[in-house]
Design a protein around this ligand. Sequence first.
Ligand SMILES: [Zn+2]
Length: 261
Amino acid sequence: MNTRVVHKTSAIVIHSLDYGESDRIVTFYSSDFGKIKGIAKGARRSKKRFSNALEPSSYCNIIFSKKGRGTLALIEGCDVIDHHANIREDLHKMLLSSYLTELIDKFTLEGKKNIDLFKLLLNFLGLIDAGACSEALIRFFEIRLLRLAGYEPVLDRCMTCKKPVGEEVIYHFIISDGGLRCNECHRNNPGSLYVSLGTIRTLLLGKEIDTARINIITFSEQTAKESKDVLVGFIHHLLGKEVKSFLVLNDIQKMGILSSQ
Ligand SMILES: [Zn+2]
């Protein structure tokens, strides 16, 4: 029962931490096994086995073995497919990628495969690496992640009367319920936010639009604010706490020292 089974998979590094003198504890999100947490023994010494692949956002092929559920995997080898080199050289890109990978970490459990989540992360890291750091990219990632993780907010109709959006200009998003109410059904719920029809339509578009076209979407100031309040507020509500890398990204963006592309 205690034999180690060896597996191979493609995976993205979502977290990496030095451990002891030469080891690393690494969390991956993989195409075949979902989230994997493992130890890479001697990782900081053995360039041959790990070829400096264990940096956050790296896309690689890994070989690992595991004894059973709940145990740390032993990462035996790792080959880089794509380092996402541009992300590593740009603070804005790095902070943004950290936010996406932290969200994947927070919304997933170890050992549960979800190939669509894997593709989502890989595609969006590719977009960041290729040059985009837009509000649209962040919000569209959040809404797609929520859908794939089973927490899709209700944005296409009023949760109470079920009327499809489009008949009114202003709606209310109820954070604790994860959906919209129209003006008629709204009853001053605590934690409700005004959302304009334009913002709702943009977010609905963001769920479906081809990834390659995300770069051409620009948010108005109002849509940027409303969509951030709705999605970040809902994510914090679901997790029961704020996401650390979001706070860092937000602070740095407010200071205005990053370029927006
Ligand atoms: Zn209604």
